[in-house]
Design a binder for this molecule. Structure first.
Ligand code: SOE
Length: 377
């Protein structure tokens, strides 16, 4: 059983989701490379030590620079806030390690370019953790589109709605600070909708956009009497044109009261339509104009039949639903197989750079109130 030593940098929400995936991928998928949870890295010694014990890592460290160069590490997983993605991923690439980086790839296009250059020059495997590509129902949408069963795509309509920031007393965490997070709902959530748009419909050529910050200041973490300035968007709304002529909209917010993690898309083509909602992630709504007139209508496919849907056979019988955490297991399974084959999986850092270019174009469009073309290189 060939092993690959994993160094995970970051141990909060994404660190937990990734750790769970490294543990689950072995009993359920038996990958050719067995991930060994060697070292968990973070800034706070007592917190990272406790997290390492809880998440099943052999060691812990507060020095990522030392960790990424260790001989016993083959894969560096960057699950930190966006302002450290570039320096960690570039150091890991230069040390010859495979790199998995959380989304969005970076906080700027320049950083994303440098990251892609580093992994390409080092010849290492690289991947961005846009985990929703590997929801079986999303893979079904991709297959239906690629088989031409929707015909020519006219519309992509992506919305990613959460409400964890609607409380004005929610403190000024790092996701609300531009210098750390790079942007707000735009990079955190719209980046997922952009990735799905690129995955399912094609490259985005031009955008118009608006950003808004509804709550301009919030209480400081741990010092609720003091308040600090919010420096990112609370909400983003964009109109997008695709190179293939399709037209779309993307909207993202973390202040849609009642929406918890509603990453949704609807795609309309000349022969039919598809609709997906992450809050019902085992299902895909389909409509085909070819259906007999008296039974035409949207119908719901439960994407849990192993014979028809990827990844499912590793889990449960039909109807025994999958969840959010399974999308990370699927992503890390495919990453491990790509490393074993010395291939670069999708989405790669090149996809991450393309995503960053759309995010940047949206910010420029919002600032200038003009349409902005998305550079292709
Ligand atoms: C917070 O908005 C968050 O954790 C995002 O950062 C993730 O990418 C998304 O999948 C769930 O919500």
């Amino acid at each position: 059983m060939k092993e690959i030593g994993v160094a995970l940098i970051g141990y909060n929400f994404m660190g937990r989701a990734h750790s769970n995936a490294y543990r689950q991928v072995v009993p359920f998928f038996a990958p050719r490379l067995t991930p060994r949870l060697k070292v968990l890295c973070g800034r706070n010694a007592s917190a990272v030590r406790a997290a390492a014990a809880r998440l099943g890592f052999e060691e812990w460290s507060t020095d990522w620079r030392e960790v990424v160069s260790r001989e016993d590490i083959g894969l560096v997983d960057v699950s930190t806030p966006g302002d450290s993605h570039a320096e960690i991923a570039i150091a890991a690439a230069r040390a010859g390690k495979a790199v998995l980086c959380e989304k969005p790839l970076a906080n700027t296009v320049a950083e994303a370019k440098a990251m892609l250059k580093a992994v390409t020059r080092a010849g290492v495997v690289h991947m961005v953790c846009h985990n929703y590509r590997r929801v079986p129902a999303v893979m079904l949408a991709k297959r239906i589109i690629d088989e031409g069963r929707l015909g020519r795509i006219h519309h992509y309509r992506g919305t990613y709605l959460q409400d964890w920031l609607v409380d004005p007393d929610f403190p000024l965490t790092w996701r609300l600070q531009r210098k750390v997070a790079g942007s707000g709902a735009l990079g955190d959530l719209a980046s997922h909708s952009i990735d799905l748009a690129r995955f399912l419909v094609g490259e985005i050529s031009e955008v118009a956009a608006a950003l808004e910050t509804f709550l301009k200041e919030r209480p400081l973490e741990g010092r609720p009497r003091k308040r600090g300035k919010v420096t990112v968007d609370d909400a983003a709304a964009a109109v997008i044109r695709f190179e293939n002529g399709a037209l779309g909209t993307i909207e993202a917010t973390r202040m849609a009261a009642g929406r918890k993690n509603q990453n949704r898309f609807e795609i309309n083509g000349s022969l039919g339509s598809l609709a997906f909602d992450l809050e019902r992630l085992n299902e895909l709504e389909v409509f085909f104009r070819s259906d007999p007139g008296n039974v035409q209508g949207f119908r719901t496919v439960l994407a849990t039949e192993a014979a028809h849907h990827p990844y499912v056979k590793a889990w449960w019988p039909p109807g025994h639903a999958l969840g959010y955490e399974h999308t990370f297991v699927h992503t890390i399974h495919d990453l491990l197989e790509a490393i074993a084959d010395h291939e670069v999986p999708r989405p790669s850092f090149a996809d991450g750079l393309a995503n960053q270019r759309v995010l940047d174009a949206m910010e420029r469009a919002a600032r200038t109130k003009r349409w902005v073309r998305v550079p292709s290189r």
